[in-house]
Write a new protein. Structure first.
Length: 69
């Protein structure tokens, strides 16, 4: 029997300069990089299955996924 699962891990956050998409004001959005991992046998064997990038405006707190930016 093989036991498996998945887990997400926050890799890094970086602030960028830009404009808020909902309020059209100058803001400093932050880009978050999250890794999706697959694990087998009680979490001893990890391998990455993908990455997800999300942008969040620090002014209005709106979150956009990588394909919405």
């Amino acid at each position: 029997m093989i036991i498996y699962g998945s887990k997400t891990t926050h890799l890094r956050t970086q602030d960028i300069s830009g404009q808020c998409r909902s309020l059209w004001e100058q803001a400093t959005p932050s880009v978050n990089c999250i890794s999706k991992n697959m694990h087998m046998c009680f979490g001893y064997l990890f391998f990455p299955i993908g990455k997800l990038y999300m942008t969040q405006c620090n002014h209005c707190k709106q979150v956009l996924n990588g394909n919405e930016n």
